[in-house]
Design a protein around this ligand. Structure first.
Ligand SMILES: [Zn+2]
Length: 419
């Protein structure tokens, strides 16, 4: 289909809370191109994030456009309405060309008995052992299994279709990229479950380009994976195989790929992910969280003087408000209060103490994951400072940019996409 907006094989979702780092983020993608690999940036920001900061999707779009212009970027780039639903989609319509339809809340809602029957009868060929190339053992999919998955997910897929059509009505068919996300839920979806979900997505007529399942293990914000890496590697490999199989079997868009809502910094998974992509010649969308804001703090601290002072002030404020700041993120942060240094102590830190405590270098003895996670959710504190914070970002732009680009390229893009 010509004229249909398609997502590139490799893409990286980047967060930019204060819309000041689009250029150094794009610079990281430019470095990938210089290494011979095209990685397309997608600026993702959720409604919750916009609300907390008081920003608008139009600002994200403007920052992306400006960065592309400044760097002479002539590959695609996108702006993602992240984790939207019917209630929140409206404000994103104009500025975004990528929509992550979040239906996690609908998972487990029973579907209409007629819809269930229709789904089961519509896929008689699935009620068997399904051999997916690249998966070690065939999936045993019987009627009971299909019904169980449908009861869990069919209502969610139907909701995704409603949201999709609503957006399509406003933007026009083929004018935007559609992702369906099911990651913000408690129980992971196995590859066999993913296969059945994709059958339902195809039935619903959603031209899905990326799907974000919930994988096994913990994907906490801004810290490494917690779980069994070998279990994840097998699951991810089977998921990639399932996606390739589903494209042909159900007639889904040819570029369909997995979206990993990584929460950033899943360093121990990046090697295995890269190997699986190689093995299947598959693409992926790696969505990172708003850890770019932590690179802003690192840059401020590294610059010293007023920058370091402000970084300390933000920590002190975050420490005082830690309960409130963590509440909305309870499921995705794991802070050990005993490991949070007292603000009075941090006040005496030099840049050489503050920076390594915050920077995610797992091999550095000074690295403190609790300190990092608290600051990760503390962007609200900086948002309240308004221009005091933003002016320092501009003043210390060079030091910050170096950290933003280095973090995104060296620690994320390179291990996942280049190897
Ligand atoms: Zn997500």
């Amino acid at each position: 289909m010509s004229g249909t907006l398609s997502l590139a094989k490799y893409s990286v979702g980047v967060g930019d809370r204060f819309a000041h780092q689009a250029k150094p983020q794009l610079e990281a993608c430019r470095k990938a191109v210089q290494h011979g690999v095209e990685v397309v940036p997608v600026w993702n920001k959720s409604n919750r994030e916009h609300t907390i900061i008081g920003s608008t999707p139009a600002e994200t779009r403007a920052a992306a456009d400006q960065a592309a212009k400044a760097l002479g970027w002539n590959l695609p780039y996108h702006v993602d309405a992240d984790h939207i639903n019917l209630k929140t989609a409206d404000r994103f319509i104009e500025a975004c060309d990528f929509f992550t339809i979040d239906v996690a809340d609908m998972i487990g809602r029973p579907c209409e008995p007629a819809a269930l029957l229709g789904f089961l009868d519509g896929h008689p060929g699935m009620l068997a052992d399904v051999a997916v190339p690249g998966v070690a053992r065939p999936f045993r999919i019987d009627r009971a299994f299909m019904a169980q998955v449908a009861n869990q997910y069919l209502a969610a897929v139907e909701e995704a279709a409603r949201v999709y059509r609503w957006i399509e009505e406003k933007k026009g068919r083929g004018r935007f990229i559609t992702e369906v996300s099911m990651d913000e839920t408690d129980s992971p979806q196995t590859p066999a479950v993913l296969l059945v979900i994709l059958a339902a997505v195809a039935d619903a007529g959603i031209p899905i380009q990326t799907i974000a399942p919930k994988f096994s293990g913990r994907f906490d914000k801004g810290v490494d994976y917690e779980g069994d890496v070998s279990v994840f590697a097998r699951e991810f490999s089977d998921d990639v195989a399932v996606v390739a199989y589903a494209i042909n079997r159900f007639g889904l868009p040819g570029g369909l790929k997995l979206s990993i809502h990584s929460g950033s910094d899943k360093f121990s998974l990046y090697g295995p992910i890269h190997q699986v992509l190689r093995k299947f010649n598959a693409g992926v969308h790696l969505k990172t969280a708003g850890t770019t804001w932590l690179e802003e703090l690192i840059g401020l601290a590294e610059a010293g003087g007023a920058g370091l002072d402000l970084a300390k002030e933000i920590y002190a404020e975050a420490y005082a408000q830690r309960q409130d700041l963590c509440a909305p993120y309870a499921a995705v942060v794991n802070i050990d209060p005993a490991r949070l240094p007292a603000p009075a102590l941090v006040a005496r830190w030099s840049a050489e103490e503050f920076v390594p405590a915050l920077r995610h270098d797992p091999n550095c003895p000074l690295y403190n994951p609790s300190f990092r996670q608290l600051l990760h959710v503390a962007f609200k504190v900086a948002a309240k400072m308004g221009n005091r914070y933003l002016n320092l970002l501009s003043e210390m732009e060079t030091t910050i940019a170096k950290n933003v680009t280095g973090n995104l390229f060296d620690r994320h893009i390179k291990p996942v996409f280049i190897g």
